[in-house]
Design a protein around this ligand. Sequence first.
Ligand code: ANZ
Ligand code: ZN
Length: 847
Amino acid sequence: MSYDPSAIEARWQQAWAEADLFRARRSEKPKYYVLEMFPYPSGRIHIGHVRNYTMGDVIARYKASCGFSVLHPMGWDAFGMPAENAAMASGGHPKDWTYQNIEVMRGQMKPLGLSIDWSREFATCDPEYYGQQQALFLDMLEAGLVYRKPAVVNWDPVDMTVLANEQVIDGKGWRSGAEVERRELTQWAFAISTMAEDLLDSLEGLKDWPEKVRLMQENWIGRSRGLQMTFALSQPVHGHDGIEIYTTRPDTLRGASFIAIAPEHPLAKALARDDTDLAKFAVDVRRGGTTEEALEKAEKRGYDTGLTVANPLGGTLPVWVANFVLMDYGTGAIFGCPAHDQRDLDFARKYDLPVVATFKPVGAEDFAIADEAFVPPKTETVAYIDSPAGLGTATGTEGIEATIDWAEAQGIGEGRVQYRLRDWGLSRQRYWGCPIPVVHCDACGVVPEKKANLPVRLPDDVSFDMPGNPLDRHPTWRDVSCPACGAAARRETDTMDTFVDSSWYFVRFTAPDADTPTVPEDVAYWMNVDQYIGGVEHAILHLLYSRFFARAMNETGHLPDSAREPFEALFTQGMVTHPAYVTKDDRGRTVYHLPEEVDLATKTVTATGEAIEIVPAIKMSKSKKNVVDPMDIVANYGADTARWFVISDSPPERDFEWTPEGAEAVHKHLRRVHRLAEDIARADRAPNAADLELRRATARAIREVTEGIDGFAFNKSVAKLYEFTNTLNRSDAGAGTRKDAMRVLAQLMAPMTPHLAEEVWHLLGGEGYVMEAPWPVADPELLVEDSVTLPIQVNGKKRSEITVPKAMDKAGVEAAVMADDAVQRILDGASPKKLIVVPGRIVNVVV
Ligand code: ANZ
Ligand code: ZN
């Protein structure tokens, strides 16, 4: 019978499902939890998903064979704006859109034969899930880990919603394109910054995380040491005696030429009450969003308050309100040193403020600042000028530390550690998210919903015909009675940022149906995630928020101490890429063509004959029309081909280029394996001299394929499997040995191509399912090399090498050396003066 993947795959998938093979069970066995970042139900699965889930599946199946009780679950990151946008565009409902997409994508995923425990599947928009999330929220509220605060937020005036910093692109809303404004709203926030130190320090223990991800987290948390000091106001105003600033470059104090405070600073607000120009300025600078990038790019603008402060080094400094000072970083106030900070310099040039250098390059003669601030790295050695702390030549770091010591001794300031990480604002003025389970009561204020009333469900009857939050305009949903006093009250209409949903789903998989967020026995057994796999685009926020949540769940009694760091090992896989096919239209604009529209032989568009330009492989995206639908490959070649191909050609961490020829070649190979198995199943050759060599080759294959899987080098495992298949194909060994080798080949292939492997396993009389059979172990004796390679030196220079049996005697080796081509050429008929064999090491020929 020829290889018929569709029949084979359907048959085994059904058998596995009936045997309930992938159900994760607590048992006496050690456990292994492998997880791929769960998908957003956007509509269809793409090839990147296939690569991601195949990698996880290789690990899951391998670990199961190694005797672990494996947890390999799947779910859906189902809340979020796209569902609402789709509803707005089509008039449908976000819920229908989402669940329909989940149906479709589950239907596409199942034929891939992933060893997933589908009984644990959930979507984050299931009330059973988000109800438990609300319970967690209430516990965190009680523990002070989530709170309400006035926050300056990015406000999209068209979509009428708060945007996360990441949703602001060049100062504009990512969807609406409208210029973003800064607004002050009362928002819910998670107190992640209180854990900054722990989140930073613990990174070091994450040995099995990519170095680059740890570094990205480190930079995001952004620890810095600096000086906090108060400049006394020359005259107290509105109850303020001074302005407290924070600086990471106290060594530039002598160059301070102004004080700048944020427009939202309490002093600025107090002044604005009697100063309409200042009030107008504050409104004006709200445009453009709160991202660092936006602030960096925005023109520096200031308003001179007319106030002054005393400079501890003598004289006074003017106090300005400036658009580039943020209220929620440091103290919301700075001293500006134009000589050593570009923003301050731009500001000083614009408003004609002094520029005074406090240090210069070592050896510089007439040093002056023009339009570029002198900002050497802190590690660089510079020459300080008239330093109050008595500094001469020193590095910035030394200068900073010495100035902090000096300031503390003078009593004018204090050293302080500061983190860039800000609290995580989670309020979203959106419908399709987890409702925040609190009630606003005129008498009692903000009152937590009773746990017995959870989940606070989203209402189904909402309309999307107007911008803004449908929950706000629902006729009745907001009306509730106060859980504390029973009076008429209003529900909170903000929903949670969807990052909340993905911050603990991996915990919920351990007990997805429980009526508490977690179950102690289940988290004790299954946590932590032993191997997490996903895209590097989640290196910062998702992982940081998840690490925070694990700590918060620990502190509220939902996770043990050992799960505060929930991901033991992290792997970030590369992208799937594909060439793009490009022509230009008559206005010179780029036009992309689908692969099926072009003829690669002639490099033309098939329909029009236009010449195409082939852009080398880039990330697949709809707009570039270079997306390959994985379901086409599954339909044409079967899932095993798709699975094998996506992990075969490049190391998993690298990008992988999809080519049609590659898929075809994989398919041919799998067909060859199938045919080989059928031949071997029928063979009856007697044991013979070739048996030992095949047994050795089998042992080597076991060792190398296993090493490849253990080391996340699946491409190496695949390469070895190709080689071993060829060896087995050519081997004249007896039928018994070949059958043994073929069974091992099936086992070694099973993590990658489970259906074909299962078929072969049974064809050769394997018992049970291949995943249940213990992973093969290489017989160490067969791994001992019995031959040795000796370099041949001629007059001290290496000219050649020979491989001889280890046991060969000196005379035998000498004869082999004399027969070597290179040696014969050099000797050219003469005999060597000397021939020295160092057994097992080297051969020296002297001529
Ligand atoms: C004086 C100074 C002189 C500064 C100089 C820099 C260079 P990092 O290191 O990233 O933490 N800063 C402090 N609070 C701020 C706020 N709320 N909004 C805008 N800027 C603020 O950044 C700390 C530096 O950023 C501080 O050091 C302060 O400017 C500014 F040559 O103080 B510096
Ligand atoms: Zn009340």
